[in-house]
Each structure stands twice: as structure tokens, then as C-alpha cells.
Design a binder for this molecule. Structure first.
Ligand code: DI6
Ligand code: FE
Length: 411
């Protein structure tokens, strides 16, 4: 699979006899086209609409795929993952099941710090090798774009190693990888409890160096009592701004520190988790156009009971993305299909919201809406073709994969 499948120029391809969920914003609901066709040239969509209106020039001498009535959606997008990590924390999971508290787990060497230790001990190639099966699990479900955060390195060398490993994954598989620098994820042991000094290091040394090497497409942080304060995060965001990078935030996951408002104030692409976000936070996000990224895997896995305020997001017109949050501590989840089911079952998202959340809104949360996330002319020909009768099946099933074919950049 390596290498050779990346962008072959000059190809004109046509997928016909399909039902489309274009997810185009201006169309109602899923943007359904019952007797549809999609054409691509050089990896770009040149037509998506009714087959009867296909321009004749696109119908002749073209490599044609008969979809036999199957559904085509945009390729899925997982817009929030910590997919590059080393080892796992199944041992902690067992301890917790046996009744251990978070503190006991931490004292036994668990928590984020144990993942930091494992990541620092792994080479870049080992990280790639360990992360590929997780990426492949996503790809097998029609995912064509994945965001990957650093945040288990927590020093210059290891943060860069993580981001390079993430970029390497995009060279080894036909998938678009977007990298996010999450230096402000946790306090590493060598910081000896001094959060301000560590934030200073992240903002003034690690971030500028990561940005100068072009290793990150965005900057994220964990704004929480057990992590960093809004003031500390603002320092990191100022540095991101100076480096010309957009920001995102893990906000209001375990308590309401008004992270959603902080994210909105910085014009963040997204604020993520948001279980404890209040109405002021939702209103601020709506005004700033900051996407709410809903992460039901973490909510489920840590047995959180406070649900994100979906009603407020709807009321204020906040766009919602849905993602796995794949990470070894709070969401060891590599199925975006199951994630949609969780978002619907646990939080009451509709089928349309779930599907928009893993396509159009996930693209928006990555600043990629011009590039992917809907079936519209000019965008990358990233498609998922499904053996289903109705789109709701993609949300309804648990642990079943109806993917028929997956197209990335027209291939
Ligand atoms: N929020 C989370 O739930 C994870 N990171 C974050 O910012 C936890 C990551 C871990 O435990 O490894
Ligand atoms: Fe996360």
C-alpha cells in the first residue's frame, strides 16, 4: 500500500447508479440525491448530482464504476485523536475495574505520565508501527482524513518525534493526516509541579520550534483543573497566534473553567468535550464560529454522567463535530461508526447531526471545509461507498462495518 497510491494525475472517473448523501450545507438534511453520480478528475470532484444531469463530456471514455444502488457519502473524518501513542493502559483499566481510584492508579505509575514514559522510550519508527493498526481500523470504516495530536512527549524532542510519526503515517497510507501540537496536555515529571514554567517552555520554546519546522497544522491544550488554567492556555494561544497557527481546546471536560469562552475569544476552530459548558460558552462559540467537537467515547469510558449541552448548541446554532478522541487513557476507541452510535444513544444527536459531525463539521473543525467533508465540485474526491439501504444504518449498528469501498483523492 505504501506510497504508490498517492495522487496519480490525469484520471477521470465516474461512480454512477448511486444514492448520494452530499452533506452539502445549503441542501436540506443530508443533501440526498436518489439517482446520483459522482465524477472526479485528477483527484477532484468535477460533478456530484443527479445522474440524469451529468454533462455528456463526463460520461464518455471514462473509467466507470457501477455502484448498484449503494450509498455514497463523503469520506469520514476523525477530527480529534491522540492516535500516535506507545503501549496501552489496559492495566489501569483493570485496576479501576477492581475498584482503584484515580489517585491510586496515578500513584502506581498510571495516568498520562505512564503514556509519556512509554512514548519517550519508543523510536519514531516504533511509534509508527504501533499506531498503524489504529489508523488502519479507522481507514477500514471509510475514514479519509484523521487529525492526530502530540501531547505524550512533553519536551521538544519527543513532541517533534510524535508529530513526525503522525506525518509518516500519512505517507504510509492513503489518508490525509492533520497534525495538532498539544504540548500543554499534562505536566511532565521533570517540571516538578511548576505549571507556569512548563507553559513558558511550551509557548516560547517548543511551539515556535515545532511551527518553524512545519510539523503542526494547529495548536491544542487541555484546560482543566488537573491540567492547565485558562490563563496558562491563553499564553500558549498567544504563541500560536504569533506562529500563525489556528487553535483548538480540550474545554470543560471535567469542570466548567469557561474553556469554551476562552476558545471562542481566540477564534478557535473547535472546542472539544464540553460536558460542563454553560449557555454563555455556547453563545460565545456560536458567535465565533467555533465548532463543538463531541467526544462520546471519553464520556462513556470514564463513566461521566454530565452530558454536553446539545440543546444549547442547537439553540445557539453551534456546529457540532463528532470524533473518537482515540487515546490510551480515556477513549481507546478506533471506530467512528460506533462513535456515531454513542453520540446518538448517549447524547441524543440525530442521524443527520451524527453524519454531518463526521463529515462536513469535522472538516470545519480542522479548517478543511474548502478541501473535503462534502460531495461538492472542487473538493478532494474522498468518498465512502456503503452497502446500506438508508443512511441511518451507519449510526444504528454497533460493531458492524458496511463499507463497500473507500476512495481517497479519486483513488
Ligand atoms: N482529555 C482526555 O480525556 C485525555 N486527554 C485529554 O486532554 C486523557 C489522555 C490520557 O489519559 O492519556
Ligand atoms: Fe482528546
Amino acid at each position: 500500500m505504501a506510497g504508490q497510491s498517492k495522487s496519480r494525475a490525469g484520471d477521470l472517473r465516474l461512480w454512477r447508479n448511486a444514492r448520494l448523501a452530499t452533506m452539502a450545507e445549503e441542501s436540506a438534511g443530508l443533501g440526498i440525491v436518489e439517482h446520483g453520480a459522482v465524477a472526479s478528475r485528477d483527484g477532484r470532484i468535477v460533478y456530484a448530482g443527479p445522474e440524469s444531469e451529468l454533462p455528456p463530456t463526463l460520461a464518455q471514455g471514462v473509467e466507470t464504476i457501477d455502484c448498484e444502488g449503494r450509498w455514497i457519502t463523503p469520506g469520514l473524518i476523525d477530527c480529534h485523536t491522540h492516535l500516535v501513542h506507545a503501549g496501552n493502559r489496559a492495566n489501569e483499566f483493570e485496576m479501576r475495574l477492581a475498584g482503584a481510584t484515580y489517585e491510586e492508579v496515578a500513584r502506581a505509575g498510571g495516568g498520562i505520565v505512564s503514556s509519556v514514559k512509554s512514548l519517550r522510550a519508543a523510536s519514531e519508527d516504533e511509534l509508527v508501527t504501533q499506531s498503524l493498526p489504529r489508523l488502519d481500523a479507522l481507514i477500514a470504516e471509510g475514514v479519509t482524513t484523521v487529525e492526530i495530536k502530540s501531547g505524550y512527549g512533553l519536551d521538544l524532542e519527543n513532541e517533534k518525534k510524535s508529530l513526525r510519526a503522525a506525518r509518516q503515517l500519512g505517507e504510509q497510507r492513503p489518508v490525509t493526516i492533520r497534525t495538532t501540537f498539544l504540548g500543554a496536555h499534562a505536566l511532565p515529571p521533570e517540571a516538578k509541579g511548576d505549571k507556569d514554567a512548563f507553559i513558558d517552555l511550551v509557548a516560547n520554546e517548543i511551539l515556535p520550534s515545532v511551527a518553524a519546522e512545519g510539523l503542526a497544522d494547529a495548536v491544542d491544550g487541555f484546560c482543566e483543573g488537573i491540567a492547565f488554567s485558562p490563563e496558562q492556555m491563553a499564553g500558549v494561544f498567544d504563541a500560536a497566534k504569533a506562529a500563525g497557527l489556528p487553535v483548538k481546546l480540550h474545554a470543560d471536560q471535567l469542570s466548567n473553567l469557561h474553556g469554551a469562552e476562552l476558545a471562542a475569544r481566540y477564534g478557535a476552530l473547535s472546542a472539544d468535550h464540553l460536558e460542563y459548558t454553560d449557555e454563555a460558552g455556547a453563545a460565545a462559540m456560536a458567535k465565533a464560529g467555533t465548532v463543538a467537537t463531541i467526544l462520546p467515547g471519553a464520556y462513556y469510558f470514564i463513566r461521566e454522567t454530565k452530558k454536553p449541552p446539545i440543546g444549547l448548541f442547537r439553540q445557539h446554532g453551534v456546529k457540532m463535530a463528532v470524533a473518537t478522541d482515540n487515546n490510551p487513557g480515556t477513549s481507546p476507541l478506533t471506530s467512528l461508526l460506533l462513535t456515531m452510535n454513542m453520540a446518538a444513544t448517549l447524547f441524543g444527536l440525530t442521524v443527520d447531526e451524527c453524519l454531518a459531525g463526521v463529515t462536513r463539521e469535522a472538516a470545519r473543525a480542522l479548517g478543511l471545509l474548502e478541501e473535503t467533508g462534502t460531495l461538492e465540485v472542487g473538493k478532494s474526491a474522498d468518498l465512502a461507498i456503503w452497502d446500506i439501504e438508508r443512511p441511518a444504518e451507519l449510526v444504528y449498528r454497533m460493531g458492524f462495518n458496511p463499507l463497500h469501498a473507500r476512495i481517497w483523492r479519486g483513488q
